[in-house]
Design a protein around this ligand. Structure first.
Ligand code: DAH
Length: 456
């Protein structure tokens, strides 16, 4: 449990660290049920992706996992529950299936699908995306294609297998990833689109999108966040004139290009390269910058594994790739203190940002008082903190700021008790005692019923 917590914490603090450990380490924590961690109440709208007809308006990408005919959903789902992302029609009951043991997507996550904060021009994430686009447009005019509307519902194959994530990797577990069914997930990284884009012959591209990970709750973690993936392909003629082989040539270009990007975003900062591990690249690196008095990881990257390129039908090419978390960088660049703020529609937040203005410092409108509620219970073998957090988030939404384990002991009978402190705080207003007491009561009831723990 402790190891699991430590890993889980490490990977979200740093977007790329999620994939940057070796599977032998992950073997200690893996608890890979092919079923979700707890059961849900029933819902009678089942849907089988494989049986669904392709949508009449369809995106050329990532529809394989999710292609639904407009008419097939008509009459079943209220209009408000029908989304269109990248030309793909998505109905709520195709994503949230409460009586399906292979599905662990809650309503609160469905509510985020289609929000696409990265496509809002005056939003910090949209401003950051555009600033990164500008860097590539200035330095590689006309070269990089941009994709920011690819459907986040992808196959397990796209999300994991195609980018060589090992079968026993912790990220595949139901505890970490949102499964729509056993073959389909909400993408947990934008790398999920690499293979398809390679296969379709793209050689320079940036993919921006919302990504989904089950997680703990605090000021820097949210189950939906945004990433950008960048890829550049080289052909033998690119490196033949140099004294390097393809890999060394790509690695040198990668470092030069990304140092330039970091400078474009952060100014003349000190930088360092740290060797790391990702399943999809070799060699793999993290770029860190010295910013506001400490080393900050900016992105993960590397030279794409040949097996990924071979699978796309090209044996003679080499590529570099990088992935970065937009919230992580935007929080530092705009001084945004809590990740929930990105989702705020409060004008006091939204009015502070405008297109083209990177790095305008956010002025907090006010810090409302927190309210702490502790709850203790005897856990069972299947208990995970991510499941607890999902329940809390499902009830309290963005009013929950943090969930922290403050006490943990095992008695002589071998029963383990956990005490969690839930911090409630709105970003926008003061909360009343009554309101919080009611929320906490609902949380206690749901935790007891859904997690089968014994409240103390
Ligand atoms: N997909 C990685 C993550 O989400 C980030 C990443 C690292 C993407 C290295 C890349 C890469 O393309 O080369 O943690």
């Amino acid at each position: 449990m402790l190891i699991q917590r430590a890993l889980s914490r490490a990977r979200v603090l740093s977007t790329s660290r999620y994939f940057s450990s070796l599977s032998s380490i992950q073997m200690q924590t893996i608890n890979l049920p092919k079923s979700p961690p707890f059961s849900f109440s029933s819902n009678n709208h089942g849907c089988n992706f494989l049986k669904s007809k392709p949508s009449s308006v369809s995106s050329p990408y990532s529809t394989a996992a999710f292609s639904l005919g407009k008419s097939s959903r008509k009459g079943v789902v209220p209009l408000a529950a029908l989304l269109q992302i990248g030309g793909v029609q998505i109905a709520k009951d195709d994503v949230v299936k409460e009586n399906d043991p292979t599905n662990n997507v809650p309503d609160s996550i469905f509510a985020k699908l289609g929000m696409q904060l990265h496509r809002r021009e005056n939003h910090p994430l949209g401003i950051l995306k555009k600033t990164i686009y500008d860097y590539f447009d200035i330095n590689f005019p006309g070269k990089f294609e941009k994709f920011d509307d690819l459907c986040p519902i992808v196959t397990v194959k796209q999300n994991f297998d195609d980018v060589l994530v090992p079968p026993d990797h912790v990220s595949r577990s139901y505890n970490d990833t949102y499964y729509v069914n056993s073959d389909t997930v909400l993408r947990c990284h934008t790398s999920a689109h690499q293979a398809e884009l390679f296969r379709n012959g793209h050689t320079h591209f940036l993919v921006t999108g919302d990504v989904y990970r089950r997680d703990s709750i605090d000021g820097t973690h949210y189950p939906v966040f945004h990433q950008m993936e960048g890829v550049r392909v080289f052909s033998p003629e690119d490196w033949s004139g140099s004294d390097m082989d393809g890999t060394a040539y790509a690695a040198a270009d990668l470092k030069r290009s990304l140092e330039g990007l970091a400078k474009h975003l952060f100014g003349a900062v000190e930088m360092r390269w740290v060797d790391t591990y990702f399943p999809f690249t070799n060699p793999s690196y993290e770029l860190e910058i010295f910013f506001q008095g400490k080393w900050l990881e900016v992105l993960g990257c590397g030279v794409t594994e040949q097996a990924i390129l071979h699978a796309s039908g090209r044996t003679d090419i080499v590529a570099w790739a990088f992935g970065l978390g937009l919230e992580r960088l935007a929080m530092v660049l705009f001084d945004i203190p809590d990740i929930r703020l990105f989702w705020s529609s409060d004008e006091r937040f939204t009015s502070q940002f405008s297109e083209g203005k990177l790095g305008v410092k956010f002025k907090p409108f006010s810090k409302f008082p927190p309210c702490y509620k502790d709850m203790s219970f005897w856990i069972n073998d299947g208990f995970t903190e991510n499941n607890l957090c999902e329940i809390v988030r499902g009830i309290a939404g963005d009013l929950v700021e943090e969930v922290t384990l403050i006490d943990n002991f095992t008695n002589k009978k071998g029963m383990t008790s956990h005490c969690y402190r839930i911090t409630y705080r709105s970003m926008e207003r003061s909360l009343t005692d009554d309101e919080i007491n009611e929320l906490q009561e609902q949380v206690r009831e749901a935790v007891q019923n859904k997690l089968n723990v014994v409240l103390r």
